[in-house]
Design a protein around this ligand. Structure first.
Ligand code: ZN
Length: 511
């Protein structure tokens, strides 16, 4: 990169950082200046000369690593207020806490406060894009408006999907129907299930999809899980996704029970959900499968063949006693791998540094034979791959001219980076978010010196404090209800764990 004059239309210059450009060695990234005009990167030079250009905001990035903003590719803003409420719980039990349909309707104030708080946590840990797969139950337009208002004000980029399904949970979990007494069955549904009077996907298309999204928002679709969606609903989803060229996010095989259910209910597809989707003609590059812990080898090959991707969420998978995704097998097959932080009640941190570290550690135990270096792979999963899955691969996730200026400068004046032996490995194995100093989204500094610039942080904490008494009261009621179900939940869980399954996901298990 020769010394050169700064591009004429430059409005912001990030000067002297060590920049993780796509082709650079991320263990030893080069020093470079990044020129931004409005919302985009317009040039990267070794040492730009300002010449007679005026009105350029200069951000001193000396002693900083400059990363592409992280893409948190799996997140749900509906339970932000439930962070820290639960210890380890099996996934099937946890869903009754996280998505209870018996909650009284939430106020727009609560929805607004939780959306802001979740976005604040993400931004403060260097996340510039979130994929929010939101359950609004019962669906109310005013709550949807509150979500969009919060995101508009806070300034984060959002790939937004509503979560929906048309099959009841009790019908999709092994042994639940015959373990629980019939009178308890109505307590076993969750909010990601059919709404009685509303065709949610049709409503979303009519009210939102047909008009341009708000700034920094792009639309996506969120069928909850293939087993919770009929073939007709999956077909409708993919028709819509293809017509509008938008991504689709769904959950698959998070728990052993989900794989077992597929084996029991899909004999015509050899018990494989991915094969069902492939044969229904709905499997393509627009699909992102959150979790993918219990994929079989045949299904991994099908994902690669159809260019569909996965989004791994190691924090929640461990806490919900789910298992370890076959990371190395997915990598060897060439499947796109994004990373997410999932719900606040199961993960609980919205922190991609934690997700990246677990990714590398679990890659190590997912295969006993030493494999490729994983720190750079984790960083690319947390940036480029998440962007590609969102169909924003030419827009964000990389630091290159033409891309949106979504950037996270990390302060290296910290024990984390002294001595500097490898930027990639120290970012993944040592950094935990303390170094995130500024965050830039679409050319705007939304976090400066570790403080949100768009919304007063104190007003967010105050808004949360105001709504918490109501949330706590309702969460306590839900907890009491789940406690009553505990003996049967335990019995069903033991039956799931004891049943035979053709793969295991323990460290060094098959797959
Ligand atoms: Zn999820």
């Amino acid at each position: 990169m020769p010394d050169e004059s700064i591009p004429h239309r430059t409005t912001m210059l990030l000067k002297g950082g060590r920049v993780l450009m796509p082709e650079a060695d991320w263990n030893d990234p080069p020093q470079a200046d990044i020129a931004i005009a409005g919302d985009r990167i317009v040039g990267i030079g070794s040492e730009y000369r300002l010449g007679d250009i005026r009105n350029v905001e200069i951000i001193d990035a000396g002693n900083h690593l400059v990363l592409p903003g992280f893409v948190n590719a799996h997140y749900h803003s509906h339970d932000v207020l439930a962070k820290g409420t639960l210890e380890e719980v099996p996934l099937e039990t946890w869903r009754l806490y996280a998505l209870p349909p018996q909650y009284p309707p939430r106020s727009a104030e609560e929805v607004y406060a939780r959306t802001l708080l979740g976005a604040l946590e993400c931004l403060r840990s260097g996340i510039t894009t979130i994929q929010d797969m939101l359950t609004l139950y019962p669906y109310e337009e005013r709550n949807m408006d509150a979500v969009m208002k919060a995101y508009g004000e806070v300034g984060i980029r959002v790939v937004f999907a509503l979560q929906y399904a048309d099959r009841k949970g009790i019908e999709t979990i092994p042994f639940w129907k015959d373990t629980f007494p019939t009178e308890l069955h109505p307590l076993l549904s969750t909010a990601a299930e059919p709404e009685r009077d509303l065709d949610l996907i049709g409503h979303f298309e009519a009210t939102r999809l047909k008009s341009p999204p708000p700034p920094r928002v792009s639309w996506a679709l969120g069928p909850s899980a293939p087993e919770r969606c009929s073939p007709e609903l999956m077909q409708r989803t993919m028709d819509l996704a293809r017509r509008h060229d938008i991504p689709v996010y769904t959950h698959i095989y998070e728990s052993r029970g989900m794989a077992l259910q597929a084996r029991l209910s899909l004999p015509q597809y050899s018990g494989l959900l991915i094969r069902r989707l492939a044969e229904e003609g709905v499997l393509d590059q627009r699909l992102n499968f959150a979790h993918s812990v219990w994929l079989s080898r045949q299904e991994i090959d099908l994902l690669a063949e159809h260019a569909a991707g996965v989004v791994l969420n190691p924090q929640g998978n461990l806490k919900m006693k789910c298992g370890i995704a076959p990371i190395r097998t997915l990598q060897d097959a060439g499947v796109r791998i994004g990373l997410g932080c999932d719900n606040c009640s199961c993960s609980d941190a919205q922190n991609m540094f934690v997700a990246m570290k677990l990714f590398t550690l679990l890659a190590a135990v997912s295969n006993p034979i030493p494999g490729p270096q994983q720190a750079v792979a984790a960083l690319r999963a947390a940036t480029e791959a998440g962007a590609e899955g969102a169909r924003l691969g030419n827009v964000v996730g990389r630091i290159a001219p033409g891309f949106k200026a979504d950037l996270t400068p990390i302060d290296m004046r910290d024990p984390t980076f002294s001595p500097m032996n490898s930027a990639a490995r120290q970012l993944v194995h040592i950094e935990a978010g303390r170094g995130v100093r500024h965050v830039i989204v679409e050319g705007k500094v939304v976090v400066r010196d570790r403080q949100l610039t768009t919304v007063n942080e104190s007003t967010i904490y105050d808004a949360v404090k105001t709504v918490m008494p109501g949330f706590r009261r309702d969460f306590a009621t839900i907890s009491q209800r789940v406690a009553k179900l505990q003996p049967w939940l335990d019995r069903a869980h033991r039956r799931i764990m004891a049943a035979e399954l053709d793969i295991e996901r323990l460290p060094f298990g098959s797959g």
